[in-house]
Design a protein around this ligand. Structure first.
Ligand SMILES: Cc1cc2nc3c(=O)[nH]c(=O)nc-3n(C[C@H](O)[C@H](O)[C@H](O)COP(=O)(O)OP(=O)(O)OC[C@H]3O[C@@H](n4cnc5c(N)ncnc54)[C@H](O)[C@@H]3O)c2cc1C
Length: 463
């Protein structure tokens, strides 16, 4: 038996690495097992960060192509170099993953390189070497969900991982799945000149979105040239030298049709990743959807073994994983942290962006909660006009009796940044009136948030 630790975290994604750092800050002797060559997990290596790097580059290209002229900026022969774009994305990822390595050194977290499996409570094996530990946190993340008949080769039929590495822009990209990842990566290649068709089983994109926002979002993406085949299922894919032929059927059943693509992006969701962890042997229970089953304190059914992030119930988001990482570390140190799961923002990083926190109008209706609505469009916001980004609106939902903010939905420029104000408001139990009475800098996009808060009480000033 080699070294022993207070805590061994399995997986160095945003859940695992943050948990390891926080536990070390609290005085624990910590190791984090990671089998990738670099730290940072899905998020830093093949998720949030590389996708945002490509979204940024393609957005700049799109602006140079279609928006600069309106600002009186003349650029001729606008083009792009995909290999440079990809290399830059690699540099961004490199800087981030190195950053985590630095943080591990700074906090004296030991990186155990290799695949970790749980021998039993208190013992983790990493590629054959056993380590003793007081506690174990499983933070093994998630993987892309496969689709029967659509075999991924990461060249012609890709998951998000392959889509982040394409060597050339496809003529026609078909995205299976109208969720966040498909729409973001579809946007990247659309901006770079691909024809993009999104095939979605349901009758709407990103089903968790507030309906009104979702409808306008779909219209805007449609105006940008993205095509949608909703209420449609993909039943098979045939590959040949000149592309992929997909077989589609109406979701409700009916006549089949075919659709040709140069590249197919399979993005129908992600599922918990528990391979090689030895959970069976250790007796750790999974729920009906293959997630590690935990209680409100992230404890599994086996004492001393905890789980956080994408591998457990809840939104598969990096910041949710991070907050759980902090919470479990603090609980192990005897503190009493708390996460307000109703105040976790979610963002789609297309342009315009879509961001939400709290409940949608549909959820409030379903729960029979009386609410008020305040809306404000970016067309009436001075800063959005100056930017030339007036698509979208801010919508705030507050409790009819108490005025407490229950949810906020933003479609518009920098929605992902704007939503933070409302997440904070919800954390503090603020009312729409509180947000409306807070002084907001002028001219700023945040003024649209203030105006939506005023609109809850029917007294928006600038519309
Ligand atoms: C294309 C894409 C874009 C995304 N964009 C966003 C975004 O913009 N914002 C957002 O919030 N979320 C985004 N996500 C989701 C986000 O990446 C995840 O929610 C987040 O990474 C989950 O963190 P985690 O720590 O639970 O797991 P992961 O980040 O998946 O990390 C788990 C780590 O555990 C390692 N591991 C697993 N098993 C073992 C083992 N037995 N031994 C050793 N190591 C092991 C894996 O190698 C991996 O590195 C995106 C995801 C994708 C795919």
């Amino acid at each position: 038996m080699s070294e022993s630790f207070d805590l061994i975290v399995i997986g160095a994604g945003p859940g695992g690495y943050v948990c390891a750092i926080r536990a070390a800050q609290l005085g624990m002797k910590v190791a984090c097992v990671e089998k990738r060559d670099t730290l940072g997990g899905t998020c830093l290596n093949v998720g949030c960060i590389p996708s945002k790097a490509l979204l940024q580059s393609s957005e700049h290209y799109e602006e140079a192509l279609h928006k600069f002229a309106d600002h009186g900026i003349k650029v001729e022969n606008v083009g792009f170099d995909l290999s440079r774009m990809m290399a830059r994305k690699g540099e961004v990822v490199g800087a981030n993953v190195k950053g985590v390595e630095f943080l591990f050194k700074k906090n004296k977290v030991t990186w155990l390189k290799g695949t970790g499996s749980i021998v039993k409570a208190g013992v983790v094996a990493v590629d054959g070497t056993e380590y003793q530990t007081k506690n174990i946190v499983i933070a093994s993340g998630s993987e892309s969900i496969p689709l029967k008949g659509v075999e991924v080769d990461e060249k012609q039929i890709v998951t998000s991982t392959g889509a982040l590495e394409l060597e050339k822009v496809p003529g026609h990209m078909v995205v299976i799945g109208g969720g966040v990842i498909g729409l973001e990566l579809g946007s990247v290649y659309k901006r770079l000149g691909a024809e993009v068709t999104v095939v979605e089983f349901l009758d709407r994109l990103v089903p968790s979105m507030d309906n009104e926002v979702g409808k306008q979002f779909e219209r805007i993406l449609g105006k940008q040239g993205m095509k949608f085949k909703l209420k449609t299922k993909v039943t098979g894919a045939t590959k040949s030298a000149d592309g992929v032929e997909l077989t589609l059927e109406p979701a409700a059943g009916g006549a089949a049709e075919t659709l040709k693509a140069d590249v197919v992006l399979l993005a129908i969701g992600r599922r918990p990743y528990v391979e090689a962890l030895g959970l069976d042997k250790a007796g750790v229970a999974l729920d009906e959807r293959g997630r590690v089953k935990t209680d409100a304190h992230y404890a599994t059914n086996v004492p001393g073994i905890y789980a956080i992030g994408d591998v457990i119930v809840g939104a598969m988001l990096a910041h949710k994983a991070e907050d759980e990482g902090v919470a479990v570390a603090e609980m192990l140190a005897g503190q009493k942290p708390h996460i307000n799961y109703n105040a976790i923002p979610s963002v789609v990083y297309t342009w315009p962006e879509v961001a939400a926190v709290g409940e949608t109008e549909e959820q409030l209706k379903a729960r029979g909660i009386a609410y008020k609505v305040g809306k404000f469009p970016f067309t009436a916001n001075g800063r959005a006009r100056a930017m030339g980004d007036t698509d979208g609106f801010v919508k705030i939902l507050s409790d009819k009796a108490t005025d407490a903010v229950l949810g906020c939905h933003i479609l518009g420029p920098d929605a992902g940044t704007l939503i933070a104000e409302l997440a904070l408001a919800m954390e503090f139990g603020a009312s729409a009136e509180d947000v409306a009475r807070t002084c907001h800098a002028h001219p700023s996009l945040n003024e649209a948030v203030k105006e939506a808060a005023l609109a809850v009480d029917g007294r928006a000033l600038h519309i």
